[in-house]
Design a protein around this ligand. Sequence first.
Ligand code: ATP
Length: 234
Amino acid sequence: MLRVHEVTTAYQGLVAISAVSIDVAKGEIVCVAGANGAGKSTLLKSIAGAERPRSGTVTFDGKQLVGMAQHLVTATGIAYVPENRRLFPRLSVHDNLRLGSYLYRGEADREGPLDLVFKLFPRLSERLEQRAETLSGGEQQMLAIGRALMTRPRLLMLDEPSQGIMPKLVDEIFQAVKRIRDAGMTVLIVEQRMAECLEIADRAYILQTGRVLMQGRAAEIRTNPDVRKAYLGL
Ligand code: ATP
């Protein structure tokens, strides 16, 4: 479905990711794990059209995405939740969700995804009139994911959804990711919390200083002795 082939992206000459290749098949949850500064955000930005790779290709259902404006990438069916979430702080939960569906005019088109969002995150349905800025970190992350789902994406990309969130809600969010996949979507998630991410993922890549260090089935990576020592603290 998504093929990132030897993508290199640099900031003012400083290479952040170097010849990175990843594949995501329809219906998978793929986790890209790695430490701070490994290049995880840069990888998602390079796919979403927020940064332009210096070289390499990104294809989505055969369509070339490199050089495409970010809103056009969204229109191909990719929703991207950036690290800082970018909610509209002064607007209500409901209005944030409604703005997410701008690509799909008409109430009828809105109802399906809205139902799914409320099922995934009942907390949001209890807080519809609350301003986004007054939500807890975890609730804001749920809203950011919910808003992304309103575009009816085929591929959902999440940048460190667990960041700045209390442990109880982290688990809720990872469980929601599984249910999003069960609802028919494909998920690419980048995370520093490798253990939790490997638990819900089908396949994973480990990124280290801008390069793919290891890739494989999540279950295999989780039991790899080197990974357990270096990354999982076991
Ligand atoms: P984090 O978990 O801290 O977000 P990350 O794995 O997502 O880390 P990136 O944010 O992709 O990593 O950063 C990769 C490298 O690129 C880092 O060395 C970072 O300092 C650099 N970098 C990221 N964004 C920029 C930018 N806008 N300008 C210059 N350098 C950048």
